[in-house]
Structures are given as structure tokens and as C-alpha cells.
Design a protein around this ligand. Structure first.
Ligand SMILES: [Fe+2]
Length: 288
């Protein structure tokens, strides 16, 4: 058992080391060329009403049919079927688009999007995930709060740790894989609290982890990822990125107004395909 886990770790580590050169070469100029106000710290929080011009939490709550929400055993519901009203709110905001392109450059695309609802859980003790970066170099994770309780899980980051070029961190990854804890002084970290109608963005090249309290409150968010399209197409399958986090993963856009997708600079048309039922499939498997 331990031997097979060790073997898995080694195979995985080789894959990550193999893609690290690709990641570094594509990421090379991001820090120097960026004119984003977030570039030095690697994270930022924005008022969603200010960025989208309307309350996205109200729009999302209206569009999500509560019968559709089915929590799994760990108390989560994840859905990649995204409604038109939510997409329209996000994709038609030039301010939002600018936040993404200012940091990641014009080659960035929406790489994944899903509703991620977590219900309140009694965990029994305060627990924290393991420290890691996401092994994709510079990439945004963007949480849009739909409904979030005061004691909901938060994200802890080490500001400025993203400034070092990506490298596979074998020791941290080993500790993470085998659940060996690693501590970093609180003085060096920042807790990012997710809140209703707040957009929380962080570069996943930052060292980060999830923090869960004893009684972990509910957290209903839309999670979006943005990354260089060239990079995601090259490294998907070897490290988690791309729609659905794998080559044949997908996001389904159910829209009547096609121009919403076709005119958005954040949507990569090379991976977008109209299906016979009228919905749009967004998947790296559609690349020609
Ligand atoms: Fe992560």
C-alpha cells in the first residue's frame, strides 16, 4: 500500500518536473510586463457590485434551481452547467476583463468555471489543508461569493511567494501527499475571507492552503480559473487545469444569445463547440 502510494508520487513528480520547463518559459514575462495593481502581492479583493454593475449573488440565486443541488458525501455540490444570466453578468464586464488581462496578459482565457457549494459541516477541530502551489505557474483562481457564512472556510496565502518562477517543490509536495504538516508563521501569511458579492482573486503560483474551522460554515461560490490558453493546452492532462481539469473535461454553457460567448475575449473559441441540443461545450478535446 505504502509502496504503491510512493510509486504514484514518483510518477506524478516526474510528470510535473517534465512540464515545469513549459510553464516557466510561457510565464517568463508575466511579472515584468504586468501593470496590475495585484502583481506584487499576488492577490486582490473587489466589490462584485462595482465590477459587474449588479448583484451577481441575486442573479445566481435566481437562476439556480434548488432541486438541482445534490450534495456529495463530503458536503459539496459542484456543477459546470452555467446559466446565461450568470455568464452574461461576468462576461459583459469590461472592468473584470481588464483585471484578468492586466495581470496574465491578453493570451489569458476563462479556463474553468463552476458553482461550488459547500454546506455547513461539524468537523470537530480546526483543520488546515497542506501548503502548496497548484503546479501550473501563474494562473488565477477567482471566487465570487454567492452566499457565504461568517465561519466559512478561508484561503490562506503567503503574499509575494508567487514572484519566484514556478518550480516543482518536491519536499512540500511529498509532505502534502503523505499528510505531513508544514507550518509557516502567521506573520508571513494572509487570510482571504470569501464573502457574498466579493470577488477574491489569487495567483495559484502563490503558496496557499484552505483553512477549515471546527464548525465550518456554508460557502456558496462561483469559482473561475484564468490562465494562458497556450499553456493550459500544453500542460492539461499532466497537471490540473483546463475546463473540467482534464483534456476531455467540459463546461456546458446554456445560452440563447450566442454572441455573449462569441464576442467575449475571455472565451477561447478554439475549444468552444455548439452541440446538437443547442448548448455550447467548452473543452480542450475540441481543439483541432
Ligand atoms: Fe490550490
Amino acid at each position: 500500500m505504502l509502496l504503491s502510494r510512493l510509486k504514484n508520487f514518483i510518477v506524478n513528480a516526474f510528470q510535473k518536473i517534465y512540464v515545469s520547463n513549459i510553464i516557466r518559459s510561457i510565464d517568463r514575462d508575466i511579472i515584468n510586463k504586468s501593470n496590475s495593481s495585484m502583481i506584487q502581492e499576488g492577490w486582490g479583493q473587489f466589490d462584485a457590485k462595482e465590477i459587474f454593475g449588479s448583484s451577481i449573488s441575486q442573479i445566481a440565486q435566481k437562476s439556480i434551481n434548488s432541486n438541482k443541488i445534490k450534495y456529495n458525501n463530503s458536503g459539496s455540490w459542484i456543477s459546470r452547467e452555467i446559466d446565461e444570466s450568470v455568464l452574461k453578468t461576468i462576461l459583459s464586464s469590461e472592468k473584470f476583463e481588464q483585471i484578468i488581462f492586466d495581470y496574465l496578459g491578453e493570451d489569458a482565457r476563462l479556463d474553468d468555471i463552476y458553482y461550488w457549494f459547500k454546506k455547513e459541516l461539524i468537523i470537530g477541530e480546526n483543520i488546515s489543508g497542506s501548503w502548496h502551489d497548484d503546479n501550473v505557474g501563474h494562473r488565477f483562481k477567482c471566487y465570487i461569493g454567492i452566499d457565504v457564512s461568517e465561519s466559512a472556510p478561508v484561503t490562506e496565502v503567503v503574499p509575494k511567494s508567487h514572484l519566484k518562477p514556478y518550480k516543482f517543490k518536491i519536499i512540500s509536495e511529498f509532505k502534502r501527499y503523505f499528510n505531513i504538516s508544514e507550518s509557516i508563521s502567521n506573520a508571513k501569511t494572509k487570510l482571504l475571507k470569501h464573502k457574498k458579492d466579493v470577488i477574491t482573486i489569487f495567483d495559484t503560483n502563490l503558496f496557499h492552503r484552505g483553512v477549515y474551522l471546527k464548525t465550518s460554515g456554508f460557502r456558496n461560490v462561483i469559482l473561475l480559473e484564468f490562465i494562458s490558453r497556450k499553456k493550459s493546452n500544453l500542460i492539461c492532462g499532466k497537471t490540473p487545469c483546463g475546463p473540467g481539469q482534464k483534456i476531455d473535461g467540459e463546461v456546458i454553457f446554456n445560452v440563447k444569445n450566442e454572441s455573449l460567448l462569441l464576442q467575449s475575449k475571455l472565451i477561447d473559441k478554439d475549444i468552444l463547440k455548439k452541440l446538437s441540443n443547442g448548448t455550447f461545450q467548452y473543452s480542450i478535446s475540441n481543439l483541432k
